[in-house]
Design a protein around this ligand. Sequence first.
Ligand code: SF4
Ligand SMILES: [Zn+2]
Length: 322
Amino acid sequence: MRTHDHRNFVFGLRNGILVHISQVLNGLACNCFCPHCSETLIAYNNPSNKKAQHFRHKSNVECEGYLETTIHYLAKEIIEEHGFLQVPDVNYFLSENAREYRSVCTEPPTITSVKPNKVVFEKIELEKKDGSLKPDIKATIGDRVLYIEIAVTHFVDDLKESKVRALGIPLIEVDLSDLPREFGKIDISNALTDIGRMKWIFNSKTFQRLEEKRFVASSITTFVERNIRRYKMYGRDKAIYECPLAENKSVSFETHCERCICLAGQLEAAYRMGDEPTYPENLVECIGHVNDEYQRLLKSHQIQSEEYTNYLKQHKHYGTLR
Ligand code: SF4
Ligand SMILES: [Zn+2]
C-alpha cells in the first residue's frame, strides 16, 4: 500500500476548501486541517527550508487515509469544474466465427466496443452517506444518481458491488492507483478524461446488453457444438478432402480453414490402435455442412461484421474454396 510522504503531502483543507501548500501562510498560521482525519496541520513552506514544501499533522501522526481522501477532494473539484465526466459506453458484438463459440463455452464470446459518453451532472457530493453506502463521489442528474469510486489504494469490493447491484445504482470505478508520486491537479484532471481507466462495476444498460448477448451466444454455442464434424487433415500441408464447401476439391487448413467462419476447432489427436504405437492424427472440426443454417442463425441475430462483409465481397462464393 502506498503511504504519503512529505512530497505529496501538499494539500490541506482551509474553510472546507482544499488548498495547496503554496497558497497558505507558514506554520500553524496556515489555518489548515487534514482532509482525512481533520487534525490541525502545520505548513512547512518557508522559502529558506531545504526540504520541499509540505504539511505535517500537528501530532506528527502517520495518517494513512490522507492521500486517498485528498485525491477524492481533487477529483470532485475537477469534475465540478468540468461540469461533466466522460464515461465509457460499452457495447458487445458477437463473432461470426464458429470457433469462438466452440472454444469459449463458459464465457460466451464477445467483442467489445467502447466509446466516450458525456454525462453532465447537476450536483456532485463527496463521501456522503447514502443509505448503507458511502460512495467517494455521488453525482446527480435530475432524479438519477451515479456513484464514482476513485481507486487509489482501495478498489471496489464484492460487498459494495453486490449492494449497488441490488439497489440498481450505476457505479463507475476510476483507477488512479498509478498517479505519479508527486502528482498535481493536472495529473488527476488528465486521468479523469481517460475512459481507459474507467470500469463499470454496475450499469444496468451495459449489463442488460451483455446478458442479451450472452443469451444469444449460448444458443449459437449449442448449435455449433451439436453440429461439429471432424475431418482428417493429411500430410504436412494439412490437406482436407472432405470439405463440405469445396465441391470435391481439396482444401488446405492454412489457406482455407483458417479464414473460414465454419471452422469450429482443430484437433491434434493421438490414437492408439490396438498394439500399434501411438501416432498423431490431425483433425479439423467443422460445421461447413450446416453452413446455410449457420448463416441464417447469425443473420437472425444480426451478426455480421463489416470485416466479413468486405471479405465476402472479395470472394464471390462463400469462403476461399474455389
Ligand atoms: S468448411 Fe471451412 S472449416 Fe470446414 S473444411 Fe471447409 S474450409 Fe475447412
Ligand atoms: Zn490526517
